[in-house]
Design a protein around this ligand. Structure first.
Ligand code: ADP
Ligand code: MG
Length: 420
């Protein structure tokens, strides 16, 4: 497709290989696309835009969004949180289908409990304050639940492409670390101390040993409060049946992420911090043997007038501003008073010059931004010349409807930013 183009297969030059988004979407072997990246870079937007484009190209796609902006969610018809995918009616042209959902973290956690404990136990767990605080916001819970939901969607086999948005973590790495962190929390020392009695003797043993344990954990009880400690113990005892479950499913999802049908896209802004982070993530994916499709450089600036350099625009602006002063002085006494100009025409002329100079300065600033972004990208590419890149222009406004998502999709597929 791209053979013969300079820079495409010449590693070491500044031009990275282009990310072939349409090829990725059209490839029936692609079953899962994961959009990762630091907070606020455009993961949700990219995931939704890929979903819209995939459906338009005939895929039966589902997008799992985590934290869509309100208006975006509304435009896709997923502003109600019921934790299951809904069909996005207006995105069906082209033979495909788009379904979308917004993750409800707590609901997903509850569903796991309900699916893996008998009714009585499930009720006890769900009512337990310790469970409630864990499910509502333990660090990593959202990441874990996103993976859990991905596993569920994949198991249903109703879609031929699943596009996953990831939680708004500070770091992209959190998504990969969460299952292990949650797992080691549940397997952790603190929990095991509390679990010990229950493991030894089951329910009766728990009752019996709790008496003995109340001596051992007397200090703990003083620290935590007796009723809270009891909550923790009941919670942990009830979760006992699910311990293996969490680990096993986290491992299964991890394997799913390593499968050849999975493609990771790292989304980043063209800024040094963001790209440094993206570089870490790329290395981590390689270490985990997870397939990277490429880097989406989002909100790249462009200009329709990039033949005018920053230096020349600045020079022209200075010229105009100096000229304006001269003009004003000579204008009073000189040539212009012979013409029958309306009063104030002089002022208008200098005003135009001033505005023109201002625009030239703005243009110069933009050209400097573009140059800086390019240098930042080049630094990333010299570090990871193998990583394909798609650049998406910064649109003038937020992306909050299907038309906006289509526009992003087109830019993703084109890969190079047309003047924004
Ligand atoms: N290329 C773009 N041009 C203009 N606005 C964008 C672009 N990409 C994302 N946005 C806007 O930036 C904000 C953050 O995007 P979002 O996808 O929610 O980021 P994340 O999911 O990574 O936190 C949203 O308001 C979105 O509409
Ligand atoms: Mg988001």
């Amino acid at each position: 497709m791209s053979e013969g183009r300079e820079g495409v297969d010449t590693v070491g030059l500044d031009t990275p290989p282009p990310l072939a988004v349409d090829r990725l979407l059209d490839d029936r072997e692609t079953r899962i696309i994961v959009c990762c990246g630091a907070g606020g870079v455009g993961k949700t937007t990219t995931a939704a835009a890929l979903g819209v484009r995939a459906a338009a190209r005939g895929r039966k796609a589902v997008v799992l969004t985590i934290d869509p902006a309100r208006r975006l969610a509304q435009s896709m018809g997923i502003d109600s949180l019921d934790n299951t995918p809904r069909k996005v009616a207006s995105a069906g042209a082209g033979g495909g289908e788009l379904h979308a959902m917004m993750l409800d973290m707590k609901r997903t956690f509850d569903e796991i409990v309900e699916a893996h404990a008998d009714a009585e136990r499930a009720r006890a767990i769900l009512a337990n304050p310790f469970y409630q605080s864990l499910s509502a916001g333990f660090a990593g819970t959202q990441e874990y639940m996103a993976m859990e939901k991905l596993g569920q969607l994949r198991a249903r086999d109703d879609w031929d492409l699943i596009i996953v948005d990831t939680p708004p973590s500070r770091s992209a790495l959190d998504f990969l670390d969460a299952p292990k962190r949650l797992g080691s929390f549940l397997d952790g020392k603190f929990i095991r101390v509390l679990m010990a009695p229950a493991k030894v003797g089951g329910r009766a043993g728990m009752k019996f040993l709790n008496v003995g344990m109340s001596m051992m954990t007397g200090t703990l009880s003083k620290l935590m409060g007796a009723s809270l400690l009891k909550d923790v113990q009941t919670f942990v005892a009830a979760m006992d049946t699910m311990f293996g479950g969490f680990r096993t499913r986290a491992d299964a999802t991890f394997r799913l992420l390593q499968a050849p049908g999975t493609a990771f896209l790292v989304v980043a802004a063209p800024e040094p911090d963001a790209l440094r982070e993206a570089a870490y993530f790329v290395e981590r994916l390689a270490a985990e043997r997870m397939p990277l499709a490429g880097l989406v450089l989002n909100r790249v600036h462009g200009s329709g007038a990039d033949q005018l350099s920053a230096e020349r625009a600045l020079a022209a602006a200075e010229n105009l501003e100096e000229g304006g002063i001269v003009d004003q002085e000579s204008g009073k006494a000189g040539l212009r008073d012979t013409a029958a100009e309306p009063p104030g025409a002089d002022d208008d002329t200098t005003a135009v010059d001033r505005i023109t100079a201002g625009l030239l300065r703005l243009h110069a600033e933009r050209m400097q931004v573009i140059a800086r972004e390019q240098r930042t990208r080049d630094r990333f590419t010299s570090l990871h010349p193998e990583v394909a890149v798609a650049e998406v222009a910064a649109l003038p406004g937020d992306v909050h409807d299907l038309a906006g998502l289509r526009a992003i999709g087109e830019r993703l597929a084109a890969g190079v930013p047309a003047g924004a």
